[in-house]
Design a protein around this ligand. Structure first.
Ligand code: HEM
Length: 384
């Protein structure tokens, strides 16, 4: 009897193995031609990344550098993936790529699911009731004055509820996922970049002085609120923010699944349908071919002349193509407003050095030891 069971298990395992081999035949054919770390049965090349989240960032950069930024094959168990780092390859027809977004956030992986869902259902119901009341108040106002203002600004949740009432049929969890995605994609990313910006300005006082002088040229010592037009004049601050996003892209890893065979420029490989493309933004941003001395903080990397010299996809902190960040312009605008308003009144200082900054990736990329800066009120005079 036991012999029979063992026999059946062996036969089933062999059949599964054959099925996986058959399914992966196109990937295996390509993998045989490609460079990359050695793959072992079951774990594939996954062992390359077994480490603390602090080490993963440097491991990714080192691995890709070792292969000169060319595509490398990765096997995560039976799943095949290829890294894409070269700007020419990043300019692929993104239309045939399916987004497995790192920005999409699924709360189901967290604990206390039932309690949480119950709490969320109450919150969503409360927000829906508030929305209905606001809507009634607005139409009452409209009826009284007869002056219907279509452009009255709406908060994001109201727009979502309105869309739901008119065309959609979103469940509470759909609404929750949209809100969480917007919160993470829209506020955490900018918040992290602003934190890195203050830390880096604290480390490099000369650059901070240059940023402050630009701010002073625009506002002097007035307390006038910043306008949209003022933000367009904060040219050097924009360079600084882009350099921060180069060195510390809040979303450092992008994933795409190919929906049809796709030829990439490097080595003329044809990636079969179903290949997962791993885009380690950090590896592109730290390539010495694109940015001389990539480990140093140099806002001149984003002077108009230097931008013109580089491929458009050398800077991909906001991703690119049709599924790139929809909030990139707003993000730059809001970060300029926040940093310039802060620096008008305060200066930042720190004891730590650039080399002390250690990075970790959870959903987004952050500094392991936080952003330790001392804030001092500023003498509002230009710095010589
Ligand atoms: C410094 C700030 C920001 C950075 C670095 C950033 C970066 C990115 C990146 C890299 C992606 C592509 C993700 C992927 O392909 O997996 C993305 C997508 C997205 N971003 Fe941003 N983002 C920022 C700010 C914002 C803001 C302010 C908003 C909204 C107001 C926003 C909304 C979104 C949304 C909704 C998506 C998904 C787009 C889609 O699925 O087509 N982001 N962002």
């Amino acid at each position: 009897m036991i012999e029979m069971v063992v026999y059946i298990i062996v036969v089933v395992l062999v059949m599964v193995w054959c099925y996986i081999k058959w399914q992966n035949r196109h990937f295996e054919k390509l993998a045989a031609k490609m460079q990359g770390p050695t793959a072992y049965p079951i774990i594939g090349t996954g062992y390359t990344f077994f480490d603390s989240s602090e080490q993963v960032t440097s491991k990714i950069i080192d691995l890709v550098k070792e292969y000169n930024l060319l595509p490398i094959k990765l096997w995560l168990g039976p799943y095949f993936a290829v890294t894409i780092c070269k700007p020419e390859d990043l300019q692929l027809p993104w239309g045939i790529l399916f987004l497995e977004t790192t920005m999409g956030y699924n709360l189901d992986t967290q604990s206390n699911k039932k309690d949480r869902e119950f709490g969320e259902a109450i919150v969503i119901k409360k927000k829906k009731d508030e929305f209905d009341q606001r809507k009634k108040a607005i139409s009452a106002k409209v009826d009284l004055t007869g002056n219907k203002d279509e452009n009255q600004s709406k908060i994001f949740l109201d727009m979502l509820f309105e869309l739901n009432n008119n065309v959609g049929n979103f469940s509470d969890s759909d609404i929750r996922d949209e809100v969480v995605t917007m919160m993470i994609a829209g506020s955490e990313t900018s918040a992290i970049t602003i934190c890195f910006c203050h830390l880096m300005l604290a480390i490099d006082q000369d650059i901070q002085d240059k940023v402050y002088n630009e701010i002073y040229d625009i506002f002097g010592d007035s307390d006038e609120t910043i306008t949209m037009e003022d933000t367009t004049r904060l040219v050097y601050l924009e360079q600084v923010l882009k350099e921060i996003l180069r060195m510390y892209p809040a979303a450092p890893l992008l994933l795409r699944e190919i929906q049809g065979d796709l030829k990439i420029f490097s080595n003329n490989y044809i990636l079969p349908k179903g290949t997962t493309c791993v885009i380690p933004i950090l590896a592109t941003h730290y390539s010495p071919d694109l940015y001389p001395n990539p480990w140093s903080f140099n806002p001149e990397n984003f002077s108009p002349e230097n931008i013109a010299k580089r491929h458009k996809y050398s800077f991909i902190a906001f991703s690119g193509g049709p599924r790139g960040c929809i909030g990139s312009k707003y993000a730059m605008f809001s970060m300029k407003v926040t940093v310039s308003t802060f620096l008008r009144h305060f200066s930042v200082h720190t004891d730590i050095k650039l080399a002390d900054i250690k990075l970790k990736i959870d959903l987004l990329m952050r500094s392991v030891h936080g952003y330790p800066v001392t804030i001092r009120p500023r003498m509002r005079t230009p710095i010589k």
